[in-house]
Ligand binder design. Structure first.
Ligand SMILES: [Zn+2]
Length: 131
């Protein structure tokens, strides 16, 4: 199937990539076939993608991309390829969520929103915020 890309768009509602953590996540409008426009969502860093093949509204790939399922900590670590030094340090609260600083075994760290029940992570995404 030949796909012709029409337009690449940023959307601030899109959460970072759950696989590589990149914020380079975009919506892409493309020609599916016979002049039918479709839209999908992809990470331009690792090429993770959600594409039902029939979406014609931007909210559809946005909703699919932003969906997060509860995941054990070792799944997160496997997905991003770094070991997470447990436990995270709680740094504050915003929008009804506890916010944490996470240290990774490679010496890097980052600030994240996490919902977790013991070591099961409900959601994880990095967001800029004021300290
Ligand atoms: Zn990615």
């Amino acid at each position: 199937m030949y796909i012709e890309s029409l337009e690449i768009k940023k959307n601030k509602e899109l959460k970072p990539c759950p696989f590589c953590g990149s914020n380079e996540v975009v919506l892409e409008w493309y020609i599916h076939h016979a002049d039918q426009r479709r839209v999908r969502c992809l990470c331009t860093n690792c090429m993770a993608m959600v594409d039902a093949g029939w979406w014609q509204n931007e909210w559809q790939p946005i909703q699919a991309w932003n969906r997060r399922v509860p995941a054990p900590r070792n799944w997160i670590e496997a997905a991003i390829g770094k070991q997470w030094l447990w436990p995270p340090t709680r740094t504050g609260r915003r929008d009804g969520r506890d916010q944490y600083s996470i240290k990774w075994a490679d010496g890097t760290e980052g600030d994240y929103y996490i919902d977790y029940d013991s070591e099961t992570i409900e959601t994880i995404w990095e967001e800029p915020y004021e300290k």
